[in-house]
Ligand binder design. Sequence first.
Ligand code: BGC
Length: 760
Amino acid sequence: MRGAKNLLAAIALGMAALIALVLTGATGAAVQGGTKAGAGRLDPKPGIEKKIDELLKQMTLDEKLQQLQLDADWEITDDGARAGVGSVFSLTDPVRINHHQHIAVEQSRLHIPILFAFDTIHGYRTVFPTPLGEASSFDPSVPTADDTIGARETATVGIKQIYSPMVDLSHEPRWGRIAEGAGEDPYLGSVFAAARVEAAQGADYSALDKVVTSVKHFAAYGQPEGGREYNTTDMSEQRLRNFYLPPFKAAIEAGAGTVMCSFNAISGVPGCANHETETDILKKEWKFDGFIESDYTAVDELIRHGIAGNGADAAEAALNAGTDSEMVSTNIRDNAQQLLADHRITMGRIDDAVRRILRVKFRAGLFDQPYVDQAKATDPASFVTAADRAAERAAAGKSMVLLKNDGGALPLDPTKSVAVIGPLGNDQHDMLGPWWGVGRDTDAVSLYDGIKAQDTSTTTFTPGCAMIDKDPPDLTPADECGSDAGFAAAVEAAQGAQQVVLAVGESRGQSGEAAARTEIDLPGKQQELIDAIKATGKPFVVVLFNGRPLTLTKVAASSPAILEAWFPGVEAGNAVADVLFGKVNPGGKLPVSFPRVLGQIPIYYNHEPTGRPCDPTFKWNARYRDLNFCDPLYAFGYGLSYTTFAISNLRLSSDEMRHNDTVTASVDVQNTGARSGDEVVQLYIHDPVASISQPVRRLRGFERVTLAPGQTKTVTFTLGADDVGFYDNSGHFVVEPGTIDVYAGDSSTATLTDSFTVTH
Ligand code: BGC
């Protein structure tokens, strides 16, 4: 996992807790995102509430407070289990899990089992592509495969809760955690959030191969100022509700059982002390009946945020806002008795928090089957099976994006010799990306091995320079590819081969938590390595391994072909080789814009219009003085294929959408090339005249289709009130009369267009 994190020291600021509810309550009712059903919300186990009533009647205050405590693996003790601690995270040894569970169930007074949790973000042991990569598939079957396998492996060791999905939308590529989410779009993010929850939980998460999900980080964690980890965010109500909340709402509608509140402040109020997001929106408006756990020491950090003077203030603020469980720090457990005596919190609120936690434990089946099958949990055959690897390889292939392919440089000819060059060319460690669960470097297939297995001629590997991947506590700046001493050998290897595959990008530690970067180009001297190989005149292609969008202007100017492979997971080398040699035709699309230069950030396709839209040929408008472009280098939804497609004949079922009606939009998509391939047909809308400025485009439908050469398919999308409406700045969902423009095509720059009118 990661290096141990220290409990932050409490800094007494001598201020009473002050929760400023700057955002108003709201009543919006429309459903957004991929799931429109609330099927997951049906309680599969009637009678639970009565059992909770009986337990609550018997519980002492101390026993109740223990339930609200969430310990890290290094904190849990036999005494803690005996006292009835509520939850434990990051403990992955099934023997220790059983040990503590036996103590909790057999020796604690009320025999309440512990809920064990883990960050299964993109796989437990069978590590899948990083989530931003998976979002590039535009195919919900990819996260479904990931979370189905991840849940099964996690549950096998006795862990019943995962701190996933991470559904934070982001317009901030400097932020390392953009790698963990689904990118910049609320609709795509919603579809992926729902798919992950449904796959991990199934219809009933007490099943032996299922876990309860915790959707995080609630809320607006994806927009830290300056891209700096944990930093503050200032957010209008409409932004919060139209961009950042929809993936959470979709996850809750899909049945997500728990939620993690975020470190960041939202307009001055930290996520774990935010009554509006936690209680008004999540618990009341969305009727969420599971529990909210704090992020790591986030309750304690309310002191540093400057909204609590001491631990008691922090506990009061968190509990009263709606936080039910405290991770690592212990302010609620330590101070609740005094806070009750001082009437600063109520027993009703404590009971509500305990009830929510017990509810999840009952639903998870922990009272019926608290123990893990140790034989199965310690059997190597339970993990990274051949079938799981095959599913991972397919998912990784679907997640890759072909960014450039001049003159058909790709696919490569497998009968010709290949020089694999670059610091990531024979790498296992970085292929797993940040948040690798309990994945092992030795599980991963390197690119060199993957190419060797498919190249019928000779394959060589020469690094050129090295990736170092310094994890904390080593805080010296990363020195990835810092030396060109190996370039001469790389050039020689290129000269000796018929074709070159250049494997460049980030180390896995350069993305993920606490990995913000001020530059997002290729680290170190990797561009110089590309230039040195280019100078040999040998045909070459670039394969990128990275967690976040990079500025690729120089790479694109110097390289004929670029394949964005992200961090592809355990089958990395095989999956990339499948694409390089054309066994798999790439069909992924970017779920996030790739800027030309850092200064363009934030740049995202679904921005609001301005009175003076960017125009590089004219001075007095929203442009940069030193950049002759307005667009990103690669737009949201963009990606190439080894074949070509034509999308045509956009037609609407009606030119009018009356109240509660739907309008369908259909297009024909044809494979006009010579190879079978996948296209992602995308549907965008724009409301040109509204009470508040609407984004220039909003994705409201997509479908990934596989077509044989010459084959045509009709794709139909259905638009309803929930698609054309939006949240206003009072938090109300409004559907306004007027024109809606529709665009269809193969990216966010699609040009096929038509429109209809919304009438009441
Ligand atoms: C992260 C969470 C994670 C938690 C437990 C925190 O630092 O923000 O995403 O679930 O640690 O590992």
